[in-house]
Design a binder for this molecule. Structure first.
Ligand code: NAG
Ligand code: NAG
Ligand code: NAG
Length: 471
């Protein structure tokens, strides 16, 4: 009797100890969840109201003009199919179009305009204070092809429907290109004189690698010995309803992007008659290699690149239990990465993806393309725009390629972001069918650049967010 009682007592004590350990553990997770503040989430209100600039209260006439100008840009079919397969007359037409719609930019004595590599554009805007390091905004004027029969409206018609402007290039990248120049046009008209010099680079072949446009613009700047304080390009968006568990919009600034490598595999075997085939044919050998590649994906690296900081920054805004998961990635990251690898769209955030893109059968077979995963990066801060209508910006990873990579020698402060609102259903419009932008959002984009140009005049800019793995 006594013995049994003792045993029960010991079991109870063990259970109680285990329960308390579990409760302490759970409280630790919860405490971290609700007090979590990722490094860099500090208050940046000191940068909120420093610049007393021109208000972005665009008049009705200005709003009509900015819309008409974007329509004009969308109607020029600057399609790029390959390094030597582009429509040179459209690229030239675009070059003639710009001075027509931005007369102040082209006539201002503060602005120098140069044509680079026949179709790209470099604007140098002189600031009044030479001791401030210049910065640069870049965009591109070429677009990918569009199959007219798949679209609801002709892709180069710039048709307006339900508050949206449809057209190839509306999102990638003419809203940004036109937004930058439009903001400068409005500012110069108001009598704005920048303190800090800046450059605007418009490439003409980003969609096929930027080896003529962006690369030559960067070479010109390098030959002039220019170092930039920062560079802003396309690459990320304001995500709306895309991040699971998040009710608000998230403005993501990509501080690094994935690279890629293309690998060709080929096999030659002694040719034989198909009635007396060798044991292994070249097709069989290559098929086995492809199958091996697909069965052995690259290792999961989730949590080692800027995506970790991104999810940690977002965690206070997420619904339970996702907030607990993201605030405690030290514990949950293996589970999160296993869930993310299930969908192709999130799998690309987890690892180097491998895609067989070409397969030539017959005497020889070749070509397998491999895209590299994020390498470990550094995530630091969240900043705020000048007025109260602001987003907290999160830093992230861009999984596509941009022109940014041609500018790596000019600065380490690389940002990829357009304040373009992107919903789940918009993801397939970029490079896809029915690309469009809402008229309201385009006005906001012009407003964003209008503020950014003025805010960049601050003599000390907020600390940079250098990623150690900019590609
Ligand atoms: C914009 O606001 C400024 C000052 O708040 C005012 O002087 C100006 O007239 C306004 N411009 C327009 C176009 O409404
Ligand atoms: C510019 O155009 C000329 C004449 O067509 C051509 O020879 C040259 O290669 C072009 N330059 C670049 C960088 O594309
Ligand atoms: C130019 O910028 C430097 C560096 O921030 C500053 O010290 C100087 O006062 C500025 N000069 C003028 C005229 O604003």
């Amino acid at each position: 009797m006594k013995n049994t009682k003792g045993k029960i007592k010991v079991t109870l004590i063990i259970l109680l100890v285990l329960l308390s350990v579990f409760l302490i553990f759970l409280s630790a997770l919860l405490i971290r969840t609700y007090t979590f503040s990722a490094a860099g989430n500090q208050d940046r209100s000191s940068f909120d109201t420093v610049v007393a600039g021109f208000a972005a209260n665009f008049s009705k006439t200005e709003r009509t003009r900015l819309l008409d100008n974007l329509k004009g840009a969308l109607r020029i079919p600057t399609v790029n199919r390959g390094a030597t397969d582009f429509d040179s007359s459209s690229l030239e037409e675009f070059g003639n179009f710009l001075p027509k719609v931005f007369p102040t930019v082209f006539s201002s004595n503060l602005v120098q305009h140069e044509i680079i590599a026949n179709y790209s554009h470099l604007f140098t805007v002189r600031g009044s204070n030479d001791s401030l390091q210049p910065y640069m905004l870049i965009a591109h004027l070429d677009v990918v092809p569009a199959l007219e029969e798949e679209w609801d409206v002709p892709p180069f018609s710039a048709e307006e429907r339900d508050g949206y402007l449809y057209g190839r290039g509306a999102m990638d990248d003419k809203a940004s290109l036109m937004g930058i120049l439009q903001a400068l046009e409005f500012l110069l008209k108001r009598g704005y004189k920048p303190c800090r010099s800046f450059y605007i680079g418009i490439g003409h072949d980003e969609e096929v690698g930027g080896n003529n446009g962006a690369r030559n613009i960067a070479t010109v700047l390098q030959s002039r010995g220019i170092k930039l304080s920062f560079l802003l390009d396309e690459g990320s968006f304001i995500l709306s309803g895309i991040v699971p568990g998040l009710n608000k919009n998230a403005a993501i600034i990509a501080t690094s992007e994935k690279g890629f490598a293309t690998i060709s595999l080929s096999v030659s075997v002694d040719t034989g008659h198909s009635s007396m085939p060798p044991k292994e044919t070249s097709i069989g050998i290559l098929a086995a290699a492809v199958s091996k590649l697909e069965k052995n994906p690259m290792p999961r690296m989730f949590g080692q690149g800027p995506e970790r900081g991104l999810f940690e920054h977002l965690s206070p805004q997420l619904r339970f239990p996702l907030n607990m998961v993201m605030a405690n990635l030290w514990l949950f990251s293996p589970i999160v990465s296993r869930m993310m690898e299930k969908k192709p769209s999130t799998n690309s955030l987890v690892r180097t993806t491998t895609a067989v893109t070409e397969f030539y059968a017959g005497i020889k077979i070749k070509a397998i393309r491999v895209f590299y995963a994020p390498c470990p990066g550094l995530i630091t801060a969240v900043s705020k725009s000048r007025d109260r209508k602001c987003y907290k910006y999160k830093l992230g990873l861009c999984i596509a390629n941009t022109d940014t990579r041609h500018y790596l020698k000019l600065t380490k402060q690389l940002y990829r972001f357009i304040p373009m609102i992107l919903k789940q259903e918009d993801l397939t419009r970029i490079h896809g069918v029915n690309e469009r932008i809402s008229i309201k959002n385009y006005e906001e984009i012009v407003e964003f650049y209008f503020r950014l140009l003025q805010n960049s005049d601050l003599s000390s800019l907020p600390p940079s967010h250098i990623s150690s793995c900019n590609l």
